[in-house]
Design a protein around this ligand. Structure first.
Ligand code: NAD
Length: 475
C-alpha cells in the first residue's frame, strides 16, 4: 500500500495473492488492508490537502504532463503487466494504456481552465464573485476490467482540481494500481496527496470511505449493486457522490443501415475485453430485412475470434476474470438456449488442454433471443452476442429503452432523421451512431437511471471534483 508517500504493509501484516486469470499462476502478493489502513490513508490525504490545494494550477498541470509522459514511456511494460494480471490481449492492453494516459494529458490541460465568474447584482454597491475550489479528500473505488484507465479517469481530474485521494483498487488488479501510483509519484505528486489501500475484502474499506468525517467525496466504478450501497451510505453522510455503474447496451440495426458494416462493428465491439465492458452491447436488435446479411457476417467474424491467453499472438478474447464470471455467462447462455435461442457459434465453456487452468468461455453468437430470457435483462459481462430480430410492427426505441440501465447504446442507420430520432429518444448517456467507440478523455462518459450518477471525462469530469463558492462584496 502507499500511505503518506511510503510503501507499506497492512497494519495486520496480512497479504493476499494476485493470480493470472489465463493460467491460475500466482503473480504477486499485496498487503491485505483493513479499516485502520483506510483511516491512516484518509488522515494522510487530509493533512496533504492544505498545501496541495494551494499549489498553482500550472504546478499541478506540470506534474500531470510528466505522468502522461512517463506512462507513455512505460506503455509496453504496463501493457504486459495488465495482460498478466487482468487477462486482456496485449493489443487491448496497449490501447488501454494509451487511453489511460490520455486522461492525464487532458486534465493537465483542463487544470488551467478552472475559472470563476463575476456576476451582476441588482444593488449598485454590490459585486458577486464565484470561485471554484477543490472538494477536498476524495475516496475512490475502482474495478478490475479497465485496471489502469479507470484510475486515471478519476485521479487525473481530482489532482488537476487540487483534491487529495485515497483509492482502493479491485482485489483482482492491485498490481496495475500500484504501477499507476509509482508513475504519479515519480512525476512529482507530493507525499500524502495520493494514497493506495489494497484489500482482499472490500467491505471494511468501503465502510470507512463512506462514513469517515474527513472524506468529502466518494467516487466509485463497478456494479450497480455495490454502487447503490456505497452511494446510499455516502449520501446519508452528505458526501458528494459519483458512481459509474453497469450497463445493458442495445445495438440497433435499422432497415436502411449497411448490415455488413453493422455486423463488423458489433463483432469488433462485443468481444473487446472478452465482453467485460460496461458499454458492451448486450441486446442486438436487427431489423428482419437486415437479419440474414447481419447474422451471416457475424457468424464469419465470431468464428475468427480466437480465444486464449492474452500474451499469445492473434488472440482476440482472453480469459474472464474468475470462475464465477464463467458460470454466470454459461448460465445465461444455457437459459437462452433452453428457451429457444440458437448458439450459431460457441455456446460452451473452454476447458480442454491449456484452457483448463484459466477461466475461458467461447466467443458466442446467439440468435432467436427474446424478452423471456435472462440474457435479455441481465448484464452478461462475457463474450456473448445475443441477436433479437424485430419487425416493422415493433417500436424498437421502446424495446431498447425497456431496461433499468442507461449507459451506452448504439445505432446503425444511413438516414439522418432516423439517427437524430434515435439519438434524442434513447435514454442512455452515451450513444454511438454508426460508431462503436464513442469514448474519449475529452468527452463526458456516464449513465442515466441505474447506470450511475455524474460524468467522467471532459469538462464535466473535473467539475465533479470542484465546488462553487460565492462571494458577495459590498463596495
Ligand atoms: P464490483 O462492484 O463487484 O467491484 C467494483 C469495485 O468495488 C472493486 O474494487 C470491489 O472491490 C469494490 N467493492 C465490492 N464490494 C464492495 C463493498 N461492499 N464496499 C466497498 N467496495 C466494494 O464490480 P466488478 O464486478 O468488479 O466490476 C464489474 C462492474 O463494473 C460491471 O457491472 C460493469 O458494468 C461496471 N463498470 C462500469 C463502468 C462505468 O464506467 N460505468 C466501468 C467499468 C465497469
Amino acid at each position: 500500500m502507499f500511505i503518506n508517500g511510503q510503501w507499506s504493509s497492512a497494519e495486520s501484516g496480512n497479504e493476499f495473492e494476485v493470480t493470472n486469470p489465463a493460467t491460475g499462476e500466482v503473480i504477486g502478493l499485496v498487503p491485505d488492508g483493513g479499516a485502520p489502513d483506510a483511516e491512516a490513508a484518509i488522515v494522510a490525504a487530509d493533512a496533504a490537502f492544505g498545501s496541495w490545494s494551494k499549489t498553482t494550477a500550472y504546478e499541478r498541470a506540470d506534474i500531470l504532463y510528466r505522468a502522461w509522459q512517463l506512462m507513455n514511456d512505460q506503455a509496453e511494460d504496463l501493457a504486459a503487466l495488465m495482460t498478466r494480471e487482468q487477462g486482456k490481449p496485449l493489443k487491448a492492453s496497449r490501447a488501454e494504456v494509451a487511453y489511460a494516459a490520455s486522461f492525464l494529458r487532458y486534465y493537465a490541460e483542463e487544470a488551467t481552465r478552472v475559472a470563476g465568474e463575476w456576476l451582476p447584482s441588482s444593488r449598485a454597491n454590490q459585486r458577486f464573485l464565484s470561485l471554484r475550489q477543490p472538494v477536498g479528500v476524495v475516496a475512490a473505488v475502482t474495478p478490475w476490467n479497465y485496471p489502469i484507465s479507470m484510475l486515471t479517469r478519476k485521479m487525473g481530474p481530482a489532482l488537476a482540481a487540487g483534491c487529495t485521494i485515497v483509492l482502493k483498487p479491485a482485489e483482482a488488479t492491485p498490481l496495475c494500481a500500484k504501477a499507476v501510483f509509482e508513475i504519479l509519484t515519480e512525476a512529482g505528486v507530493p507525499d500524502g496527496v495520493i494514497n493506495l489501500v489494497t484489500a482482499l475484502d472490500p467491505k471494511p474499506i468501503g465502510e470507512v470511505f463512506t462514513t469517515h468525517q474527513l472524506v468529502n467525496k466518494v467516487t466509485f466504478t463497478g456494479s450497480t449493486a455495490v454502487g447503490r450501497l456505497l452511494a446510499g451510505v455516502a449520501a446519508s453522510n452528505l458526501k458528494r457522490v459519483s458512481v459509474e455503474l453497469g450497463g445493458h447496451a442495445p445495438f440497433i440495426v435499422y432497415p436502411d443501415a449497411d448490415p455488413v458494416r453493422a455486423a463488423k462493428g458489433a463483432a469488433a465491439l462485443k468481444f473487446l475485453n472478452s465482453g467485460q465492458a460496461c458499454i458492451s452491447p448486450n441486446r442486438l436488435y436487427v431489423h428482419e430485412s437486415a437479419a440474414d446479411a447481419f447474422i451471416s457476417t457475424m457468424v464469419e467474424r465470431v468464428r475468427k475470434v480466437k480465444a486464449g491467453p492474452g500474451t499469445e499472438e492473434g488472440v482476440g478474447v482472453g480469459p474472464l476474470v474468475n470462475a464465477a464470471a464463467v458460470t454466470k455467462v454459461a448460465d445465461q447462455v444455457d437459459d437462452a438456449v433452453t428457451r429457444g435461442a440458437s448458439a450459431l457459434v460457441g455456446g460452451t465453456r473452454l476447458t480442454e488442454d491449456n484452457f483448463g487452468a484459466g477461466h475461458f468461455y467461447a466467443p458466442t453468437l446467439l440468435t432467436g433471443v427474446d424478452s423471456t430470457m435472462k440474457i435479455y435483462r441481465e448484464e452478461t459481462f462475457g463474450p456473448v452476442a445475443p441477436v433479437i430480430t424485430y419487425t416493422d410492427d415493433d417500436d424498437v426505441l421502446a424495446l431498447a429503452n425497456d431496461t433499468n440501465y442507461g449507459l451506452a447504446a448504439y445505432v446503425y442507420t444511413n438516414n439522418l432523421s432516423t439517427a437524430m430520432t434515435a439519438f434524442e429518444g434513447l435514454r442512455f448517456g452515451i450513444i454511438g451512431i454508426n460508431d462503436v467507440n464513442p469514448t474519449s478523455a475529452a468527452a463526458p462518459f456516464g449513465g442515466m437511471k441505474d447506470s450511475g450518477l455524474g460524468r467522467e471525462g471532459g469538462a464535466e469530469g473535473i467539475s465533479e471534483y470542484l465546488e462553487t463558492k460565492l462571494g458577495g462584496f459590498a463596495i
